[in-house]
Design a binder for this molecule. Sequence first.
Ligand code: SF4
Length: 277
Amino acid sequence: MKIIVGKNSGFCFGVQRAVDGVQEQVSIYKKLKCLGHLVHNEIVTGILENKGVDFVDDISQVDNNSILAIRAHGVPESVYEEAKRRNITLLDYTCPKVAQIHTKIKEASNSGYQILLIGKKDHPEVIGSKGYAQNVIIIESVNDVYSLKDYEKVFVIVQTTFSYDKYKLIEEELKKKYKNIVCVNSICQSTKIRQEECKTIAKQSDFMIIIGGKKSSNTQKLYDIASSINKNCIIVQDENDKKIEDCKKYDIIGIMSGASTPKYTIDKVIERLNNNM
Ligand code: SF4
């Protein structure tokens, strides 16, 4: 059996930075609250909880004068305002690339643009970015474009982990609809490179394994991409998934992971394959 592992598997830069930072801080403070799960990966979340990290859903669950970690996905501006009001010290691990989106949304809105944010409505990064202007409309698909009103000038920006191909389709429709339009492709290069490599490996393999958390949208996107090319494709959270046994009858196995999947989970899956399951 030959195994092809994507070179761009494992944590992206932003997630690695946040996980390292929180691990370091919890070793100092022993207990640390973090707003939302640091990454969409139950294994990583469990390890951090055992170390003393308490994941909370809302800043209202955090005491005044305490410390709160912010994950790579970022948060709405109102969280910074509330933290300041209640003297909560923020350990801010918002990915710098996400922070750039916040700045651009704010600037464009202040300059009179209608903001169109392409992304998944319920994704934490999108919820965070939406909180940097009053006039942000979320676009999830080409269909959403048809119901948009006329605006004098529009500013388009996109969730960092959105599918590049889907983004291009939406952008094309928006450009047909609006004359005065500024489009910023803020898809993270690491997402784009990972998706491109996923396509290549899906073509080269007889069977494809996508590894990632159940709630990880970028993992799901990789699965959509790979399964559209190679129908022998599965998505698993870790090495314990029984579906991995399906690859027994194939010669070339491709592996790719989402940005929130730690390297040790990928290594465990490879180990299971090498041990003939
Ligand atoms: S995918 Fe890119 S933008 Fe998103 S957290 Fe990772 S490095 Fe940052």
